[in-house]
Design a protein. Structure first.
Length: 452
């Protein structure tokens, strides 16, 4: 066993016997002959568990317990009682004692109780750590610089409401991530969070994708199907890449937002539209409204609140924290151990303009991590990856053969994936890291192109 135990008892023979027993188990033992001495000792030394005698001349056990709970709430207290006084025991448990034992305790029983107490303590510490990290998780995830702090304030404020909102920001600034954080902090957190890429739905399928359809609504509709607005009931619907909405789609969405209901394709009964709507865009929607490509009425409907995410180059203070987080993520993914980034690495990161924002930072760190065995990530690796980026190419060994004739994007993708697999001896995790895509996406593409 591993831990430190404080024995509080006025009888020296008992203290001696306990100390020998505990040390025999590898535990550290400290002794105090009474309540005051114990409290003084606790002020100087750390203990995990206290064995506390009920009846002591200088201060009774319950009074000591009360003081301990007040001053050292993390200390786990096991009461040792000379006689089975139920009232005292109940009182002690109420005050927060962990357990009690009759005097003289059976050694095995005593050790078992201590073992359990230590276990509970570890668990408790982990939960407290978790609690703390949840409380500060927005700051630790997003950053602590002044610009992002304003955004965090906005997130907290708007999460508590059911307002629809627009999140604006350059590509890769974390719009999708922040929409999901807002959902997670809202009263809809237990409901679904669904993100739809508005540019990815063909116009002809838009209505049935958004609103669902009845069986037989059109050729091929052989079953009733729920749309995103129905699937996101009780939750949040993210309309991502809002700038890609066609005028027709804008009209349809405006209608739902205004009427708070919609008709599935082929349906005759309106269905109430429940989800909270968040729109995300990397374009300047105000400008789009001015130029007539985005409907003003829809813009105002969605814009009950607006969050503007700053580009990474405007918040250099946050780069070290984000880099450390992203490196840890990459380390877990690649199963390596990194202790952080060296000075040179941080300097290089601070000086880069990051047109692709956090997504680019993430990809750079994943690639650099791949080139490094572990330990402290050196600036050398970062510059190697950034140089490769500047040339708009992968590391030399990975470059595509100069195409003599233009090939299709699909062909290029297939070739690139095949090369990444060859380069990594078919290690898919490494290949995905080089390609800057998720493991899952890589698997899907391997299947699509028959590269197994
Ligand atoms: N604060 C952050 N900490 C860690 N990773 C982040 C953070 N913000 C964004 N990312 C990561 O960066 C990538 C891009 O983020 P996200 O998809 O949210 O950006 P976006 O603004 O929605 O981009 P796009 O305009 O291309 O849709 C994702 O892989 C995301 O996990
Ligand atoms: Mg996005």
């Amino acid at each position: 066993m591993n831990g430190s135990i404080l024995i509080i008892d006025d009888e020296p023979t008992i203290r001696k016997a306990f100390t020998i027993l505990l040390r025999g188990e590898g535990l550290t033992a400290g002794e105090a002959s009474g309540g005051r001495e114990a409290l003084a000792l606790l002020g100087r030394e750390y203990f995990d568990v206290a064995l506390l005698d009920f009846a002591m001349p200088d201060m009774d056990g319950l009074a000591v317990l009360r003081e301990i709970r007040r001053l050292y709430p993390e200390l786990v207290v096991i009461m040792i009682t000379g006689h089975a006084d139920v009232v005292l025991v109940v009182e002690a448990i109420k005050l927060g004692a962990y357990d009690y034992l009759l005097k003289p305790p059976n050694p095995d029983h005593l050790l078992m109780t201590i073992d359990r107490a230590l276990e509970k303590k570890t668990l408790h510490q982990e939960i407290t750590k978790l609690d703390r990290s949840l409380a500060s998780s927005l700051e630790s995830q997003l950053g602590r610089g002044p610009v992002i702090r304003q955004v965090i304030e906005d997130i907290r404020r708007v999460a508590a409401s059911d307002f629809s909102l627009i999140i604006e920001g350059e590509t890769g600034t974390g719009k999708t991530l922040i929409a999901s954080l807002i959902h997670g902090l809202s009263r809809r957190a237990d409901g679904p969070f669904i993100a739809i890429d508005m540019g990815a739905i063909p116009e002809s399928l838009l209505e049935s994708e958004l609103f669902g359809h009845e069986k037989g609504a059109f050729t091929g509709a052989d079953r009733k199907k729920k749309g995103y607005f129905e699937l996101a009931r009780g939750g949040t619907l993210l309309l991502d890449e809002l700038q890609n909405l066609t005028p027709h789609a804008q009209g349809k969405i405006l209608q739902v937002v205004e009427e708070k209901s919609f008709y599935p394709v082929g349906g005759s009964k309106p269905v109430s539209a429940d989800p909270r709507i968040i729109g995300a865009t990397n374009a300047d929607l105000k400008e789009a409204v001015a130029s007539g490509s985005f409907r003003q009425d829809l813009y105002y409907r969605l814009n009950e609140y607006r969050i503007s995410l700053p580009p990474l180059r405007q918040r250099p203070d946050d780069i070290p924290l984000l880099a450390a987080r992203l490196l840890t993520e990459a380390a877990v993914e690649l199963n390596r151990n990194f202790t952080g980034l060296d000075e040179a690495a941080l300097e290089l990161l601070a000086g880069h303009p990051w047109p692709g924002n956090i997504r680019e930072l993430r990809n750079v760190l994943r690639r650099a991590a791949l080139l490094c065995e572990g330990g402290q990530l050196p600036g050398k690796m970062i510059s190697q990856v950034l140089d490769g980026e500047n040339k708009g190419a992968m590391p030399a060994a990975m470059a595509l053969p100069g195409p003599t004739a233009p090939i299709s994007l699909e062909e290029a993708e297939k070739t690139t994936i095949a090369q990444a697999l060859a380069h990594t001896d078919s290690n898919r995790t490494h290949a995905a890291a080089i390609l800057g895509i998720t493991h899952k996406t890589l698997l899907a593409k391997i299947k699509k192109y028959g590269l197994e």
